[in-house]
Ligand binder design. Structure first.
Ligand code: FES
Length: 160
């Protein structure tokens, strides 16, 4: 017959092992959650971004829409382009420089025109674009429809 003290010790040993396994499982789960890539939809849950009335955007202006991960560029001729903010070199976020009148990548200094065309390497292709719609004078951008392009073409521009 075993002593009650030994039974208690065995029980506490099993309890400690069980709690250790639960803690290990939780640690692994949290670690995997950090490693799992975020879906784009997490950053922009509503895929159609309503930017605002056409007249709110001056010709020659660039407006950032951080939630949608794009810039709305209004060209001097009044046309619109939605430009993805990811550099086509290695994916850094490219800020618009109002002073320089161009996008300047902070990582390796690629530069892009207001149309997204490459002005300076190492990037070799223009910023990606998203579809722009103008409905009843309101500019909307569909963030699901991102497309790569090899060059800027005038038919990519949407006019009111
Ligand atoms: S990531 Fe923009 S130039 Fe390299």
């Amino acid at each position: 017959m075993t002593e009650p003290r030994a039974d208690r010790r065995t029980f506490l040993g099993w309890l400690a092992a069980g709690l250790g396994l639960v803690a290990l499982a939780e640690f692994v789960w949290v670690g995997l959650s950090f490693l799992r890539p975020r879906r784009r939809a997490d950053a922009a849950t509503d895929t159609l971004v309503v930017c605002g009335p056409v007249d709110d955007f001056a010709p020659g202006s660039v407006t950032a829409f951080p939630a949608g991960l794009f810039y709305l560029a209004r060209l001097e001729d009044g046309g619109f382009l939605a430009l993805c903010r990811e550099c086509t070199h290695l994916g850094c976020t490219v800020p618009w420089s109002q002073t320089d009148g161009r996008f300047v990548c902070p990582c390796h200094a690629s530069t892009f025109a207001i149309t997204g065309e490459v002005l300076g390497p190492p990037a070799t292709r223009p910023l990606d674009v998203m579809p722009v719609r103008i409905e009843n004078g309101i500019v909307k951008v569909d963030t699901r429809g991102r497309s790569r392009r090899t060059a800027f073409r005038p038919d990519q521009v949407v006019r009111a």
